[in-house]
Design a protein around this ligand. Structure first.
Ligand code: HEM
Length: 419
């Protein structure tokens, strides 16, 4: 990626990173059909919620024909195949809840899933790139890109909340597009010392991050916390650091050794990774290691973009060297808004995970007959963990606090934030 090399004379641009001008990291117009040869996959994938409910999914997947991936050629075909095979895999593993998982994924699913994953550079598990970025269609193709006009291609158990969860996440990605578009302007402006251009681009980025937070608020409108916690969450869970599947999962026909992969999470969204690298937010220790690992769950071109942003001359040093109040303020606003996004995210996680988890524990302690309560039926092993397998709140607060270190020192002195 010569265009992105540090010190290169050519301008930094997003062209070579599979970033769409209108949609950013979102896959533009995902396919809805695969070549007819793969119909047996879609026949099952499109019915995952219903087949899990009737306990027939594993049975049908076991009987599925073995289909090689050789007739999948285009990137979008591979993305739809990965999405379909991922949804089937999550349903297969978690069909019976946390107590009756499987140790092996059958070869008629595992082998093509592995091949498709290798070709895309994605892991063989459901990722943010599948469930959010490549899992949408407009009901009215000419209509707007909004909640009313969007629907999922493939779903999981949890009804309307599943649609709400992935579609709101998609709209957060959309809200970030102006920020992404401004990144090359910042980088090129730093390279050629254009203080004005950098300040204006940073203003665009800070506004866009604020729009992400505002869009995030829709989560409360479209997703019910008990459904998220009690039904959906297990289907996003992985087989790494997960006590329900301590050995991981054997992909039959691929390897006899079990493999471990983290579950789907927007920690795999490339957005905040890009902003962190641009603004010089450093995540060290355990939380940094987790976030770095999440980059292996992104499309390879997006991972490359994050890497290339990290290799650019330091924006923060540039801001410190210029004597520009406008530039200082624009930079500080970016950090402030990034911090606010992370604080808001912590509130959401509290509402969707911590509160229902406390309620589930309480119900169990009282040993009430809580059979009808979906919260108390939620997987116990996930109580304090994110689907990516992290100890949630400590991790999220550490990451949020590390964001504060990016402030320019003078103005950060008087600023305090709630934890
Ligand atoms: C109901 C909605 C959500 C819940 C319950 C939730 C939950 C979590 C959890 C538990 C983690 C910890 C890591 C893991 O386990 O994978 C996490 C990390 C993360 N999530 Fe979310 N999340 C939600 C929505 C979103 C959305 C819409 C975004 C933005 C696109 C987002 C962005 C992130 C990021 C960037 C991280 C990594 C930590 C950071 O960089 O601050 N999340 N999320």
């Amino acid at each position: 990626m010569a265009a992105a090399e540090s010190g290169s004379k050519s301008l930094f641009s997003l062209d070579s990173y599979h970033v769409s001008e209108e949609l950013g990291f979102i896959l533009p117009d995902p396919l809805e059909e695969l070549p007819a040869f793969y119909q047996p996959w879609l026949d099952i994938a499109l019915r995952v919620p219903e087949l899990v409910q009737s306990h027939k999914l594993r049975y049908l997947i076991n009987k599925m024909p073995m289909l090689g991936s050789q007739f999948l050629q285009k990137h979008k075909e591979l993305r739809l195949a990965h999405l379909a095979l991922s949804m089937m895999t999550m349903g297969y593993v978690w069909q019976e809840g946390e107590n009756n998982t499987v140790e092996m994924l059958p070869k008629n699913l595992a082998v093509p899933y592995w091949e498709v994953s290798q070709r895309l550079g994605l892991p063989p598990i459901l990722t943010h790139a599948d469930a959010a970025l490549a899992n949408w269609r407009k009901k009215d193709p000419e209509g707007p890109f909004d909640m009313e006009n969007l629907e999922l291609l493939v779903s999981l158990p949890g009804g309307d909340s599943v649609r709400g969860f992935f579609m709101v996440t998609l709209l957060v990605e959309l809200a970030a597009v102006p920020a992404l578009r401004n990144i090359p302007t910042v980088i090129n402006g730093v390279r050629c010392g254009d203080t004005e251009a950098v300040a204006r681009a940073l203003e665009g980025i800070s506004q866009s991050i604020q729009d992400m937070t505002d869009t995030f608020k829709l989560m409360h409108v479209y997703v019910e916390p008990p459904v998220f916690y009690g039904i959906m969450r297990i289907y996003l869970s992985g087989w790494k650091d997960n006590p329900c599947m301590p050995k991981g999962l054997v992909y039959e026909g691929v390897s006899t050794e079990p493999m471990e992969y983290s579950g789907g999470s927007a920690a795999q969204s490339s957005l905040l990774h890009c902003f962190d690298e641009l603004l010089g937010v450093k995540h060290e220790d355990k939380s940094g290691a987790f976030l770095t690992r999440m980059r292996n769950y992104m499309p390879s071109a997006h991972k490359q973009l994050i890497q290339d942003i990290s290799l650019q001359p330091s924006l923060k040093s540039f801001v410190q060297q210029q004597d520009s109040e406008q530039l200082n303020q624009a930079f500080q606003r970016c950090v402030t808004n990034l911090l606010a996004f992370r604080s808001y995210h912590i509130n959401v996680v509290s509402r969707f995970i911590t509160v229902p988890a406390a309620r589930a524990q309480q119900l169990r302690k009282k040993s009430q007959d809580s059979g009808g309560d979906m919260v108390s039926r939620a997987p116990m092993a996930l109580e304090e963990r994110g689907t990516g397998g992290s100890g949630i709140m400590t991790f999220l607060k550490t990451v949020r606090d590390q964001t504060k270190d990016a402030f320019l020192s003078e103005t950060s002195k008087g600023v305090t934030y709630n934890s």
